[in-house]
Ligand binder design. Structure first.
Ligand code: ATP
Ligand code: MG
Length: 555
């Protein structure tokens, strides 16, 4: 992977630098712990860049650990896509791929240990009754009638739970901590529940599964994680995280730190909502280019570099805040502006005939692939009598300040000649379907021999050479910065124009057959790439990654 060692400092870097200096730890070990119950999104990218970035910058290592404690929602498909997305982002866990489910036997032993110490008991109350006994922030909870079972009875029942002798939900194992604790997470939290479902990683081996809280810290301890970094909502779980470490014979003592999650405008990131958009066919799949999933962003054409730059740019802090979508878009523009070859493409074509240009003549013009990077070379573009220009580069009745093509006025055709519009052809409805021009043969290259100034330059494609393609214009999926606001149905804010398919776009032929991984700047239009799924050499399809300028801030 490329090494960016210029990541800005943050409170976690300060903590790690102090720990390394004071020898509180020799090697830092972090982890990225996704639950394989969905696809990764841009919020996860923040956590990945943080955890893998710290390990990279401080000579440590970062584990990829699947937090797979709930077989009801987890699937192999998600495991595979998560690995693919982490690799795509440019990170490598090496040999450090782990599954919380690989620790199920050890976790089970530790649960028995707690029972033996009188610190856990089997609960017969239903989930609803447990909730009813829980109390509130201002009132203590109520102790369960099953709280004082003997160690022997608890052990026997827990072993029967493990043996699959009870149906789902009949019993749970709870820690015996303090029903009056001001921290609700310490009011005898559930440690194990019964789930008769096969597990994507360990198959049919288990009928009971540990809760996230019982698995997470101990998994960190087993792996020797030094800095266990999670989002702020886990702050109130930290006393429980530490209680397990204090009360179990764990081999190491990880510490938990919290940071603010990424909230991004004009999108949703909850897995439940992403699931819903996919299963209700509101989008085409988890890799729909409008989704904030890493698969979607990748398919649209976002580069891993631009997403890493975004994560560096937004930084890591401890207060919740919103990041505007325009920042993400700006990061991909900055990246592609540097390295995307330029090309000519007409998305909504209007036919132009240059009446004084010889009928069979074709001239080749040299066009630079990048205006600032001559090392990116150049290509030849063919110019002929019949061309296409963009429909909105022509106005029969120009508005003030319109310097593109209009009857009587001159305009420069990019790289080639100055032309003057002499007339139009209209259809029965009065719409202009063809524009006629005269070119100035003495303006080869685009400047007038007599030095007269030409204000406008427009792009074009030779009609006889153009390749017809489909182009998909993607825009934000929601037209409200916070589709979740007020608890209203977020789907009412779906942007009906989030995808527009244009079917007879005219592209310069050099774009055809090009590598899917190349992103182009279509001059004056934005950044585009061939859709990796739907594009074929005989039937090319291009995705718009992002427009050239932010046209949302004006709305
Ligand atoms: P859910 O709890 O709905 O399943 P999740 O997004 O928390 O969703 P996980 O798979 O548990 O899903 O997330 C893996 C890691 O990514 C966690 O450590 C979590 O803190 C981090 N993460 C998830 N969403 C964000 C976000 N928006 N910003 C930063 N980190 C995030
Ligand atoms: Mg989670």
């Amino acid at each position: 992977m490329t090494t960016e060692t210029t990541a800005p400092s943050n409170f976690l870097r300060t903590i790690i630098e102090d720990d390394l200096k004071s020898a509180a730890c020799k090697t830092i070990v972090t982890r990225f712990p996704p639950e394989p119950n969905g696809y990764l999104h841009i919020g996860h990218a923040k956590s990945i860049c943080l955890n893998f970035g710290l390990a990279r910058d401080y000579g440590g290592r970062c584990h990829l650990r699947f937090d797979d404690t709930n077989p009801a929602k987890e699937e192999l498909e998600y495991i595979e896509s998560i690995k693919e997305s982490v690799r795509w982002l440019g990170f490598d866990w090496g040999e450090h791929l782990y599954y919380a489910s690989d620790y199920f036997e050890q976790l089970y032993q530790w649960a028995e240990h707690l029972i033996q110490q009188g610190k856990a008991y089997v609960e017969d109350l239903s989930a609803e009754e447990i909730r009813g006994h829980r109390g509130t922030l201002t009132e203590p909870g109520k102790e369960s009638p099953w709280r004082n079972r003997s160690v022997e009875e608890n052990l026997a029942l827990f072993r029967s739970m493990k043996a699959g002798e009870f149906p789902d939900g009949a019993k749970v194992l709870r820690a015996k901590i303090d029903m009056a604790s001001p921290n609700l997470n310490l009011r005898d939290p559930v440690l194990y529940r019964i789930i008769h479902a096969p597990h994507p990683h360990v198959g049919d081996a288990w009928k009971i599964y540990p809760m996230y809280d019982f698995a997470h810290g101990q998994s960190d301890a087993i792996e020797g994680i030094t800095h266990s970094i999670c989002t702020l909502e886990f702050e109130s779980h930290k006393p429980l995280y530490n209680w397990f470490l204090d009360n179990l014979p764990v081999p190491a003592r990880p510490r938990q730190f919290e940071f603010a999650r990424l909230n991004l405008t004009y999108t949703v990131m909850s897995k439940r909502k992403l699931h819903e958009l996919v299963t209700q066919n509101i989008v085409s799949g988890w890799d729909d280019p409008r989704l904030p999933t890493l698969m979607g962003l990748a398919r649209r054409g976002y580069t891993p570099e631009s997403i890493r730059a975004f994560c560096d740019r937004i930084g890591v802090g401890r207060s919740d805040s919103w990041i505007d979508m325009s920042i993400l878009e700006e990061c991909v523009r900055d990246d592609l502006n540097e390295r995307a070859p330029r090309a000519l493409a007409v998305l909504r074509p209007l036919r132009v005939v240059i009446d004084n240009y010889p009928e069979q003549q074709v001239e080749q013009f040299e066009a630079a692939n990048h205006p600032q990077n001559p090392e990116m070379g150049s290509r030849k573009v063919s110019f002929s009598r019949e061309l296409y220009i963009e429909q909105d580069d022509f106005m029969e009745m120009p508005s003030k300040g319109f310097f593109r093509m209009t009857p009587g006025a001159e305009v420069r055709l990019r790289y080639t000649y100055i032309v003057r519009c002499t007339g139009v052809v209209k259809d029965d409805n009065g719409s202009v379907i063809e524009v006629h021009c005269q070119y100035d043969p003495d303006s080869r290259g685009g400047s007038a021999a007599d030095g007269r100034k030409i204000k406008g330059t427009i792009h074009w494609v030779s009609a006889g050479h153009a390749v017809e393609t489909e182009v998909r214009l993607f825009d934000r999926l929601f037209n409200d910065p916070n589709p979740d606001r007020g608890g209203a149905d977020y789907k009412q804010f779906l942007n009906p124009l989030s995808m527009e398919t244009l079917r007879n776009c005219k592209l310069e032929p050099s774009l055809i057959g090009s590598d899917h991984e190349i992103r182009y700047q279509f001059e004056r239009q934005g950044y585009f790439r061939p859709d990796p799924k739907d594009s074929t050499p005989s039937n090319p399809v291009f995705n718009r990654i992002v427009t050239l300028k932010d046209n949302w801030s004006k709305k």
